[in-house]
Design a protein around this ligand. Structure first.
Ligand code: IFM
Length: 461
């Protein structure tokens, strides 16, 4: 196996998905509190009020990671805890909570990796337009400054924004995530402001602590088409590739947005890009975070699908003909080779990144404890091992992958799916909040202990 000796093995979570304690210590509502309490938005009307109660049970969760030998833990800071008013004064209790968490991680020998924004925007900022209001760029930079001042002495690795594509499109165009808006002008403004905010937050982090290592985390995918000789489909693939893969990469590295989107968005984009902005979005980073779950499959959209989007916007379809079975509990196809292909492509197209972190990779399956209390999640084990073999194959080809964080440490609040989808290597009983490490946790532990050497054999042990 080609994992370098200092390869970093981790697990990941996010604040709203696990913390609970929604009103403790002066935390104010985020857009996800509002959205999840709006009837019809989340499966079973679930919300993050309690979640995994990690806010109170973090010592137990850290002990679980320590027992597994996890070297690094990626978590996110809740903006509404750190700055309850959205802007202005720091929330003392929020800062104290993350101080305790970070100190306990270090004490356990686990490196903290902090994400500034994993979707829990203070509702008070959304009330002023949220990510569509340009003021957010400065407000986010101020939040980054406070975070670096508070924790930068102990946290070396920082992620600015998690999956800005989801923030932009799921939250503001399809309305299936908070804040639940469905508006193309708004989405385009969000796409630009998140790119700007990443760059400005990076500068803010560095201004406080030049030694900080930071980057953005993007959800990336390969688009496969059902017919390589269909020019319309190839154009559609380019469009989607630009929309999800290139927008936040070309902008930070080259100070440009993909031409096909600039043309497609036209005046809507021109309206929000101010003179000098394309110089501002350009920023170097210490690493790139990639979240990979599956490949995407494009088919020619039906007339009805085009109509639904007023003929101006099309979307990817898992085509029956091309999407490989099996699918996960989320309905996503399982495509481990895609991770290798994606990594090789990223290294070829954006060679500037000499440190690539897989900041999320994981799978949802419903397996729970059997009569002996054991969770035998074989399918997750297969997913984990096959994707790690893909990472290994990419490293073998010279791709500088330095870290891997399994998503997720715990079963948690899976956004619009509520608690119905379980991504954890640790089972959480949401009645009792009891944690039970699954088979996948023990397999991952062996992989970590051997630095990947047992990938081929661990299943037989
Ligand atoms: O749970 C999410 C996470 O918050 C962001 N990336 C994808 C995961 C699974 O859907």
């Amino acid at each position: 196996m080609s994992f370098p000796e200092d390869f970093n093995w981790g697990t990941a979570t996010a604040s709203y998905q696990i913390e609970g304690a929604f009103a403790d210590g002066g935390r104010t509502p985020s857009i996800w509190d509002t959205f999840s309490k709006t009837p019809g938005k989340v499966v079973n009307a679930d919300n993050g009020d309690v979640a995994c109660d990690h806010y109170h049970r973090y010592p137990e969760d850290i002990q679980i990671m320590k027992d597994l030998g996890v070297q690094s833990y990626r978590f996110s800071l809740a903006w509404p805890r750190i700055i309850p008013g959205g802007t202005g004064a720091a929330g003392k209790h929020g800062i104290d909570f993350y101080d305790r968490l970070i100190d306990a991680l270090l004490e356990a020998g686990i490196q903290p990796t902090a994400t500034l924004y994993h979707w829990d925007l203070p509702q008070s900022l959304q009330d002023k337009g949220g990510w569509a209001n340009r003021d957010i760029v400065g407000q986010f930079a101020d939040y980054a400054t406070l975070a670096a001042e508070s924790f930068g002495d102990r946290v070396a690795n920082w992620i600015t924004i998690n999956e800005p594509w989801c923030v932009t499109w799921l939250g503001n165009f399809w309305g299936v995530h908070a804040p639940g808006l469905k508006d193309l002008d708004t989405s385009i403004a969000v796409a630009h402001h998140t790119a700007l905010a990443h760059a400005e937050a990076t500068r803010a982090l560095r201004a406080v602590r030049p030694e900080i290592r930071s980057g953005i985390t993007l959800n990336m995918t390969n688009y496969r088409v059902s017919d390589e000789s269909n020019p319309e489909l190839l154009q559609l693939r380019d469009y989607w590739d630009s929309n999800i893969n290139r927008w936040w990469l070309d902008s930070q590295l080259h100070g440009t947005y993909p031409e096909n989107l600039v043309e497609f968005y036209g005046d809507k984009l021109a309206k929000v890009v101010k003179p000098g902005d394309m110089d501002l979005v350009k920023i170097d980073s210490e690493f790139l975070g990639i979240n990979y779950y599956s490949d995407s499959f494009l088919n020619t959209p039906t007339e009805e699908q085009v109509q639904k989007n007023e003929g101006t916007f099309v979307f990817p379809i898992n085509s029956d003909g091309t999407s490989p079975a099996p699918h996960t509990d989320m309905g996503w196809p399982i495509t481990p080779k895609g991770l290798e292909d994606l990594l090789v492509r990223v290294h070829k197209d954006w060679p500037e990144f000499i440190d690539i972190a897989i900041t999320e990779n994981g799978v949802a399956y419903p397996d729970g404890p059997d009569e002996n209390g054991v969770v035998t999640d074989d399918r997750r084990v297969d997913y984990l091992l096959s994707h790690l073999k893909s990472v290994d194959a990419a490293i073998e080809q010279g791709v500088p992958v330095k870290s891997y964080y399994y998503w997720s440490l715990l079963d948690n609040f899976e956004w619009a799916e509520g608690y119905a989808k379980r991504f954890g290597i640790v089972y959480v009983n949401f009645e009792t909040l009891q944690r039970t490490p699954k088979l996948s946790a023990s397999v991952y532990s062996k992989v970590i202990a051997s630095n990947g050497a047992v990938l081929e054999t661990v299943k037989n042990k």
